[in-house]
Design a protein around this ligand. Structure first.
Ligand code: UDX
Length: 437
C-alpha cells in the first residue's frame, strides 16, 4: 500500500522502517528539514540500536523515501500515519498543535479517500477533534480516522514494531478495520495478535498500559525504600513477585524512578482525562509521588554518603533516561544533576550516547569523555542509568581516580562481589549499604 508517515521522531522513524520492511511504499515527512536531510542520507535523528542499518536497507529497497514537505508526501497515499509529538502543556494536558497542523495538511493535500491513523499517544476523544477539523476543512467527504497506538520502547523500537505483542486497532467503521488489517496483514498472517475496538477505547487503553507500567515501577521503588529500612534485599522480593505469572517480573526494577517522554506525561494527561469525565484517579498522583520519592531517596543517599553535598564533586554515570537511547527528555539523571548543583555540589557526567543531548538540555553540566575521567577527584560516584558498560567498570582503577571511594548504585548495576573485593563504600537501591570495616 502507499503510506505517508507525518512526523519522523522516535515513533515516526521506526514506523517508516517497519511499514517499509513489511512491504509497503512509505514516504516520511517532517517540518524539521535537518531531520529529513539526515534521513535521506540514511542517518536517523537519534540513537536507536539497529535503526541506521535497517533504515539504509529500506531506502535501498526503493520502498522507503523521505520528503521535505507534506505537500509532497500526502497526495496519492492511501493511509496517513500521524506520528507527531504531543508534548504536555504547562497544565499537563497534551499539546495537540502539531497533530492539528498535520490534520490541516491532510485536509489540504490528501487525494482520494485515505485513512488517517493516530499513532501518537493522544487523549481519548482526540479523534473527534481530528474528524471535526478535517470536516471543517471543506473537503467533500469525511476522512476515516482510526487509532493505532504504538507500544514500542526506545532502545528496542524496531523489535517492538516488527514483533508486536498486540496490534491495537481502534476504528468506528468496517472500512477503518479493513484498511488497517491490510496495512498489518504481513504481521497478522505471521500470527501477531490483533485487538480491534472503537477509537476512544483504543486511545484510553494506551494510557491504561503506560500508567500501569509506571505503577509497577513505583511499587518496586516503594518496596526498595522499605527494604532499605528493614535491611532486606528488594531484589529477592521482586524475584518472588515476578515468579507469579499474574504479576510478571518486568518493570519491577527499582532505581532512580521512571523518565522519558511518555510515562511521566501520559500519567498527568490520564489523570486530567479522568477528571474531565468526573472520575478522580488519586492512584495516578501517588504513582508520580512515589517516582519523585525515588529520586529524592538517591539525593539523600548522596548527601548522607558524602557528609553533605555542598562543595563536593559528584560523578554521574549515565545521563539518558534509560540505557540504549540518547534521549534525555524527562531523564531522572539530569534532574538529579540539577538538584545536586542546586545543593552546592560540583557535578560531572558521562554517558555512552546521550552527552550531546545532555549538553543541550543542561549547558552548565560538566561532561567527561569516559567513566574514569568522570570519576577523577570525585567524592561520590552515582550510577544513574544501567548502560551495560557500567556493569564492568574497573572499580580498583575507579578508586585510584576518586578522592573518596563512595558509590551510589541507583540502578543496581554492580556485582556485590566486585564491590566487596574493591572495598568501596557501596549504597545500592533497595538493599543495605556495604561499608568496608
Ligand atoms: C514506554 C512504554 O514502555 C512503551 O510501551 C510506550 O510505547 C512508550 O513509553 P519508553 O519510555 O521508551 O517506553 O521506556 P521504558 O522502557 O518503558 O522505560 C520508561 C522509564 O521507566 C525509564 O526511565 C526506565 O529507566 C524506567 N524503568 C523501566 C524503571 O525504572 N524500572 C523498570 O523496571 C523499567
Amino acid at each position: 500500500m502507499r503510506i505517508a508517515v507525518i512526523g519522523t521522531g522516535h515513533v515516526g522513524v521506526p514506523t517508516c522502517v517497519a511499514l517499509s520492511h513489511i512491504g509497503h511504499h512509505v514516504v516520511g515527512t517532517d517540518l524539521d528539514q535537518e531531520k529529513i536531510g539526515g534521513l535521506q542520507q540514511g542517518i536517523p535523528p537519534f540513537f536507536e540500536p539497529g535503526l541506521p542499518e535497517a533504515l539504509v536497507t529500506e531506502l535501498r529497497s526503493g520502498r522507503l523515501r523521505f520528503a521535505s514537505s507534506s505537500g509532497e508526501a500526502i497526495p496519492e497515499s492511501e493511509v496517513l500515519f500521524l506520528c507527531v509529538a504531543t508534548e504536555p502543556e504547562s497544565d499537563g494536558r497534551a499539546n495537540l498543535d502539531a497533530l492539528e497542523r498535520a490534520a490541516r495538511d491532510v485536509a489540504r493535500f490528501a487525494t482520494g479517500d485515505p485513512v488517517v491513523v493516530e499513532k501518537s499517544t493522544v487523549p481519548s476523544g482526540t479523534s473527534e477533534r481530528l474528524r471535526r477539523m478535517l470536516a471543517d476543512s471543506g473537503r467533500e467527504i469525511d476522512l476515516e480516522v482510526v487509532s493505532n497506538p504504538e507500544f514500542l520502547r526506545q532502545g528496542s523500537a524496531l523489535r517492538d514494531a516488527l514483533d508486536p505483542e498486540r496490534i491495537l486497532i481502534g476504528a468506528d467503521s468496517a472500512r477503518g478495520f479493513e484498511v488497517m488489517r491490510r496495512v498489518y496483514d504481513p504481521l497478522i498472517s505471521r500470527g501477531h495478535r490483533v485487538i480491534e475496538t472503537d477509537v476512544r477505547t483504543a486511545e484510553l487503553a494506551k494510557y491504561a498500559c503506560n500508567s500501569f507500567l509506571a505503577l509497577k515501577i513505583s511499587y518496586a521503588n516503594a518496596l526498595a525504600s522499605l527494604c532499605e529500612r528493614m535491611g532486606l534485599d528488594v531484589g529477592v522480593v521482586t524475584e518472588v513477585m515476578g515468579a507469579d505469572t499474574r504479576i510478571g517480573g518486568a518493570f519491577l526494577s527499582p532505581g532512580l524512578g521512571f523518565g522519558g517522554s511518555c510515562l511521566p506525561k501520559d500519567l498527568v494527561a490520564f489523570e486530567l482525562l479522568a477528571s474531565d469525565h468526573g472520575y478522580e484517579f488519586p492512584l495516578l498522583r501517588e504513582i508520580r509521588a512515589l517516582n519523585e520519592e525515588a529520586l529524592f531517596s538517591v539525593l539523600r543517599k548522596v548527601e548522607d554518603a558524602t557528609g553533605g553535598m555542598k562543595g563536593k564533586r559528584i560523578c554521574l554515570l549515565g545521563l539518558s533516561y534509560k540505557p540504549n537511547t540518547d534521549d534525555v527528555r524527562g531523564s531522572p539523571a539530569i534532574e538529579l544533576a540539577r538538584r545536586l548543583m542546586a545543593g552546592g555540589a560540583e557535578v560531572v557526567g558521562y554517558d555512552p550516547q546521550a552527552m550531546p543531548n545532555a549538553k543541550s538540555e543542561m549547558g552548565s553540566l560538566e561532561l567527561a569523555s569516559d567513566p574514569y575521567e568522570a570519576s577523577s577527584a570525585a567524592d561520590c560516584l552515582v550510577i544513574c542509568t544501567e548502560w551495560s558498560e557500567f556493569a564492568h567498570i574497573d572499580l580498583e582503577r575507579m578508586k585510584r581516580e576518586m578522592r573518596s571511594p563512595v558509590v551510589v548504585d541507583a540502578r543496581m548495576v554492580l556485582n556485590p562481589d566486585d564491590v566487596r573485593r574493591a572495598r568501596v563504600e557501596y549504597y545500592p537501591t533497595g538493599s543495605p549499604p556495604s561499608i568496608p570495616s
